[in-house]
Design a protein around this ligand. Sequence first.
Ligand code: NAD
Length: 261
Amino acid sequence: MGKLDGRVVIVTGGARGQGEAEARLFAAEGARVVVGDVLDDQGEALADDLGERARYVHLDVGSEDDWRAAVAAARDAFGKVDGLVNNAGILRFNELVKTPLEEFEEVVRVNQTGAFLGIKAVAPHIGDAGGGTIVNTSSYTGLTGMAYVGAYSATKHAVVGLTRVAALELAPRGIRVNAICPGAVDTAMSNPARLDPAADAEAAARGLDALYRKLVPLGRAGTPEEVARLALFLTAEEDSAYITGQPFVIDGGWLAGVAPI
Ligand code: NAD
């Protein structure tokens, strides 16, 4: 018996990183999973690897048309949708006063508008299926500030607000809505050198490891699989049936306060 037997869940940004870990774990727990992303080759390869219980759809989360097509594809393949993980996101580093408007709006489009459109497109179908769950992906920078990620932090604060409002409005339809707020997680987002063939990704990883040893009470970055376990907890009825409208921090203690030096 898997924790998600009989469930059908759309995972956005599911081609790599935390979304990939969520798709793999959810499928292992019995769900049928629709992986949406703009990285078509990686998304297709993941769906092939997961076999009959998975489908890949091209889903730019900022496009309402793509959302409509993704929901239709999920229903065609598996008959219903009763879960959503709004995971897709992008990060841009910049000083606020030097951030071009286009860059700010690009981050809002994916992180904030994308989560809004996902809720808008999928929640009615989850309600029709008799209820289910939405897990949004905020960040610890959705609960506190961090220099040089102003656009990102603003959108991640917005995701917490969306989560609370959606939980209030959707509870009568049996839909629980929560948010996960990861700290530093070892993916391409936190170590972009992993995507750059010209960069020394291992040296960059060693530098980041040294940083997290100092900054994070548990002394390391999190893994995508650890974040996926929290998303599973918030999606599985048996674990979290009485939880809705909440942000959940998973950050190795970084936000707890000032650690001893
Ligand atoms: P990642 O860059 O490895 O994965 C992000 C995924 O989102 C990629 O597959 C990417 O193609 C996809 N994506 C980007 N734009 C998209 C769009 N318009 N439509 C659909 N998909 C799109 O990063 P990750 O670390 O796995 O990030 C996953 C989520 O976790 C993001 O929302 C991110 O903001 C959040 N987060 C990450 C960290 C971290 O340290 N890695 C910390 C806090 C929060």
